[in-house]
Write a protein that binds this ligand. Structure first.
Ligand code: PAF
Length: 271
């Protein structure tokens, strides 16, 4: 597997593949790769001739008080996992490559980006949309794949691609879970042993809401189990993220974000 840093080197390789008539899939990541990322790579390999994985911990999607500095980083370990999974190219730009001096452009997001995560992390989806747009315009993939673990992120990216007519197909893949139900996440590394034991309650709580339990009651149960704070547990329209209208025939989604000690967990299930 080749590793490149600059857009220039990336494009040189992409041009060779394009000249040979090969299709390209992109798996955007922030590294600290787990089985969920590797599942995305496996699907990408089955869907395209060449698989590019980007590894960039994007500063513009973190607020100053968030976990950018302590976000887990292990490029060598990630590269070994990706080579083992069969990815063809790892693009790992520096912050200076992505946002050089004088960089001044940001995508403003609305619609699906406004509620839930958008209310608690108002800067977040603008940063995500901007970097994903940059990743897509640099790689020019036929297909880009994202996990449903970040369900609202996926909706925001679909909305951006539609709104800006980006010539790429966006694919979403099921959340990969531990045996006890906890959704795989790079941030699970922050959990203490005791917190790790309680963490799967979040998944159980949203499954109960999907089966009709009152979301407030499910939130109370999480607080009783040891969660420190519930940012939200809500049923939403699965495409627009607007409040779900029962009987509308529209697909619904239960989404939640909750704090376990200093770690913020998010999860979602269909309903
Ligand atoms: O989901 C992630 O890891 C990130 O938000 C993404 C899509 C790579 C953009 O930085």
């Amino acid at each position: 597997m080749k590793i490149v840093r600059t857009v220039q080197d990336l494009r040189a390789q992409i041009s060779e593949w394009r000249a040979a008539g090969e299709s390209i899939a992109l798996v955007p990541t922030m590294g600290a790769l787990h089985a969920g990322h590797i599942a995305l790579v496996a699907t990408a390999l089955s869907a395209a001739d060449r698989v590019v994985v980007s590894l960039f911990v994007n500063p513009s999607q973190f607020a100053p008080h968030e976990d950018l500095a302590r976000y887990p980083r292990d490029e060598a370990g990630d590269a070994a996992k990706l080579a083992g999974a069969g990815a063809h190219l790892l693009w790992a730009p520096s912050v200076g490559d992505m946002y050089p001096d004088g960089y001044a452009t940001q995508i403003a997001v609305g619609g699906a980006a406004l509620p839930l995560e958008g209310a608690f992390r108002p800067h977040h989806f603008g940063g995500v949309a901007t970097v994903v747009c940059k990743l897509i315009s640099a790689v020019t993939p036929n297909l880009a794949l994202f996990g449903e673990k970040d369900f609202q992120q996926l909706a925001v990216i679909r909305q951006m691609v539609r709104d800006l007519n980006l010539p790429v197909v966006i694919g979403g893949m099921d959340t990969v879970r531990e045996e006890d139900g906890l959704a795989l996440s790079s941030r699970n590394a922050y959990l203490t042993e005791d917190e790790r034991y309680v963490a799967p309650m979040l998944y159980k709580a949203i499954l109960q809401v999907a089966q009709g339990r009152d979301p407030r009651e499910a939130g109370q149960a999480l607080l009783a189990a040891g969660f420190a704070k519930i940012d939200y547990i809500e049923v939403r329209d699965a495409e627009t993220l607007a409040p779900f209208v029962p009987g509308s025939g529209r697909p619904g989604r239960v989404l939640a974000a909750a704090w376990l000690g200093k770690t913020r967990l998010i999860d979602n299930v269909p309903c």
